[in-house]
Design a protein around this ligand. Sequence first.
Ligand code: ZN
Ligand code: ZN
Length: 315
Amino acid sequence: MRALLLDGQVSFRPDYPVPTASRDDVLVRVSMAGICETDLQLVRGYMGYAGVLGHEFVGGAESGPYAGRRVVGEINCACGTCALCHRDLPTHCANRTVIGILRHDGAFADYLVVPQRNLHLVPDSIPDEIAVFTEPVAAAFQILAQVPVTGRDRVIVLGDGRLGNLCAQVLAGVTPHLLVVGKHREKLSLLEARGLRATLLDDAPADRSADVVVDCTGSETGLPTALALVRPRGPIVLKTTVAGTQTLAWAPFVIDEITLVGSRCGPFDRALAALDRGEVDVRPLIQERLPLERGVEALELAKQRLKVLLEVSGR
Ligand SMILES: [Zn+2]
Ligand SMILES: [Zn+2]
């Protein structure tokens, strides 16, 4: 099969072996896949991953109870038997593999293997180019699963990129007092076109009035910026993963009693419902669609563009 392989560097392979599905797994034929910041970080060495890239996908199940139907898949593959799995924390399973990220070949390929329990059926009303956003939209909804946000809360989303846009749309469904702070005029205007308030970083309110700040910058500058915007006792939700280490003065966290909430993968059912109802509009994010063969070029493009989609099988 065709695959986009990361092995120190990324290359397109026309004859990579088709993965074999074991007992609880399903072979999924990929129709479309999305490139996200994590993929770009992996290429830079984050997680030391080697294998087929790709964790945002929609495809057709080839076996199991969903055979012949369109599916999306959660990316954490849990063992089901460790202490964390028993505590109902499968996304934190000590023995997990993560599709396209940790010891599990991903979706930038004709086929991938996904545990049956990770799969969700895609309603016919959601086309592939929308369904492929389920994973990042679920990650945006995870914020609400972790931090109580009400309609009175002033929320700032830092970052106007792919994930910042999705998090902003999700949070705008909860509070009218939402502000997106970014560095790119054209990306901010996409949000303004949807009726959200957005501003350049230089014009952000410096009065530490935000009840919640969400860092989606993908940059080591995100956390210190968030700290300068959040009110005392306000939570900072960290969506950014940066390869490498960063230094920071921690005393302000103590003095202002700041809660730091790391936030990763989220509820697929909620994301599919939001995409189906149009609560989140992902179409403006799609800036490029390239065939899998041009995957190396697509990864390069994704450094500048919002969403770059890989068309794998085409229907
Ligand atoms: Zn992603
Ligand atoms: Zn486990």
